[in-house]
Ligand binder design. Structure first.
Ligand SMILES: Nc1ncnc2c1ncn2[C@@H]1O[C@H](COP(=O)(O)OP(=O)(O)OP(=O)(O)O)[C@@H](O)[C@H]1O
Length: 286
């Protein structure tokens, strides 16, 4: 009994005549519905039987199915709805990942490789000898010094440098080939390389600086890696001190803290996602 009365009362409120509120809340009500409101002009509560008729009529007036409704909307608007994407697909992105030696560039990139298959990780050419366990074409393209210098002469490298006595460079053809296939490109370079790439690519690429949480954490990581002797460690630590000053030339800084590798990788992924969602896209031409 209580429910029946309250239903009737709420219908009475909604159908109260000349209520600007009622008109605003129902701006696209059909004429037929307004007629129904007019039908109940009296200020006395709407009889229960009548209110249930209103609901029945409302249900019957609804189109039979979604397809019919779509067709009727198209007919009313005078054109068919377009299923093409509203926005063009994002441009292929070039992501430059850099940071001091030992900060975890290779480690972060290895994880990214596992989580994203829309990325192409450019294989750098190097004149340094292959280390045990390394694979030619996967870790690096291993070439002789002469072959490397020929690539330089033929302008085949986007950027190259002499790093700790060995040449390292980025082959252009690889980037072009994968960008044409729609891949985003990841370049892993040292700070010097990032500086050169910024000069060449400007804002057409996104630059990510990978940092450790502290100098102490970075040194501990280098020591634990056990790939450098004492003198080499001293050079890398001194260089790292200087390199931190260059963070201002990057677009993003990602802290790769001890034991927080996954967070760092997620942050790099977020940077990529945000860049892909940008209204004004970067547009790199190699
Ligand atoms: N978040 C982390 N927590 C703990 N250890 C890490 C983390 N990230 C990387 N490492 C370790 O730190 C060491 C250095 O990492 P990595 O070799 O990836 O650095 P890099 O920046 O590529 O160095 P380089 O420029 O000298 O090649 C490795 O032993 C790696 O396992």
């Amino acid at each position: 009994m209580f429910r029946r009365l309250s239903t009737s009362f709420s219908l009475y409120i909604i159908s109260k005549p000349k209520s600007p509120f009622a008109l605003q809340r129902n701006p696209i009500k059909s004429e037929k519905q307004y007629q129904r409101f007019d039908h109940s002009l009296s200020l006395t509560p709407t009889p229960l039987v009548f209110s249930s008729n209103i609901r029945m009529n409302h249900t019957q007036a609804a189109p039979v199915n979604k397809i019919e409704l779509l067709r009727s909307l198209e007919a009313s608007l005078g054109h068919a709805f377009d299923s093409n994407p509203v926005c063009p697909p994002p441009n292929p992105l070039i992501i430059v990942i850099s940071g001091p030696s030992g900060v975890g560039k290779d480690t972060v990139i290895k994880k990214l490789r596992e989580s994203r298959d829309s990325l192409h990780f450019v294989v750098t050419a190097t004149s340094r000898p292959m280390r045990p366990g390394e694979v030619n074409g996967k870790d690096y393209f291993f070439v002789s010094k002469e072959e490397f210098l020929q690539m330089v002469d033929k302008n085949e490298l986007l950027e190259y440098a002499l790093v700790y006595g060995d040449y390292k460079g980025i082959p252009k053809t690889q980037i072009r080939e994968y960008m044409a296939k729609g891949y985003d490109i990841v370049l892993r370079v040292d700070i010097q390389g990032a500086r050169t790439l910024r000069r060449i690519l400007g804002d057409s690429a996104v630059f990510v600086f990978l940092a450790a949480e502290s100098e102490m954490a970075l040194v501990e990581r280098l020591v634990e890696r056990k790939t450098e002797n004492r003198e080499e460690l001293l050079v890398r630590i001194a260089t790292a001190r200087e390199e931190v000053q260059h963070v201002k030339n990057f677009d993003y800084v990602v802290v790769n803290a001890e034991g927080k590798l996954d967070s760092a990788v997620k942050l790099v992924e977020s940077v990529i996602d945000a860049e892909k969602a940008k209204v004004r896209q970067r547009s790199a031409v190699i």
